[in-house]
Design a protein around this ligand. Sequence first.
Ligand code: GLY
Length: 417
Amino acid sequence: MKLQIISACLLVSTYSIGANKQNEKWVDNALRTATHQLLYTAKTIHTPNTMPRSSWRRYDIAFLEKQMEADSTAFARELVKQTPTEKVGTLRTCDIYDWTSGFYPGSLWYAYELTQNGKLKTQAERFTTMLNPIRHYTQTHDIGFMINCSYGNALRLTHNDTIKAVIIETADNLCKRFDPRIGCIRSWDFGTWNFPVIIDNMMNLDLLFNASKLTGNNKYRDIAIKHALTTIKHHFRPDFTSFHVVSYNADGSVEKQCTFQGKADNSAWARGQAWGVYGYTACYRETRNNVFLKQAVNIADMIMQRVKTSDNIPYWDYDAPTLPNTPRDVSAAAITASALIELSRLAPTGKKYLDYAQKILRNLSSPQYLAAKGTNNGFILMHSVGSLPNGSEIDTPINYADYYYLEALKRYIDIKK
Ligand code: GLY
């Protein structure tokens, strides 16, 4: 009896979290699930400076090989390490220096914004604060993701004087990775490339635009614009698909165009295409330069033409073979949806982008992709792909899929208002 009363109370309080009479039912259900999952995860993590990242999976190397182009340089068979059996299905965490460390705090901020649930805010503050040392970290372009998704959202939603300083210091460190002869920010410090720039780097420009707004100094914004213009020149093919990695020689000429996470050097890796359309939409939002709008529209149209699935959740690479077990990448879908909702407000042909994004969001909010409460190691969405060629995070929940899903829901709710 006592248990029944407790369950009933829990049900009522869970229902009131995030429920909003103006939202469509599937949106409310998504917000209730997100709230439950994010708070569940917060309770699970006790180790300092630790973030939830994904779930550990095993995979079949023969299957990975079939997904890749025979002569692909990206598939490093000898580097693919198998997950020990006892780890399979358990939560994969990461430390604060991992490129994904800003997404869980960012998800907590978005969920708090969407539901006004104070417990989410408390956890958002707890996990954002863990990232404070990143203001001194200089060894990757990913500091843009890490700080903008965590502290960037904190700045929008709370009043705290220290946030601004973290954003500006990180932006200064990101600018130190910019080479004016090349016109780009260097992405990675590992590997054999001379000066690697990945399409993902477009996502770090928002931090620079924010730093210019906070300081009144255009130097951050100018670097962002230059990086975006150089990337148009060397990352994109005539059909508006993009290379994952472009490496430059010191004089700015191209050393190499290739992939690290896609099916082949000349394929259209799904998340890379999503990073591209998101990045150029953001650049247009900040600059109103039509070159950026045209680029975003062309990438969006290419994505909509190239998708092979009926639910608009793309396979992990738009050129992947369509076998019954080819994994979809929910993270690419969520990023694309978020970008297209923003693009729908900016482009003259906006409605088709909103319709496409809405279909993605509705499908992601169905039991096929949305986790049942208390499952999925506390993540909101299932079925993303991290890096198939490296045998890592294939068909698993991933923290950035959840982040961009919540951002897309926020943008969707705003536009429907
Ligand atoms: N930025 C790394 C990735 O998209 O996997």
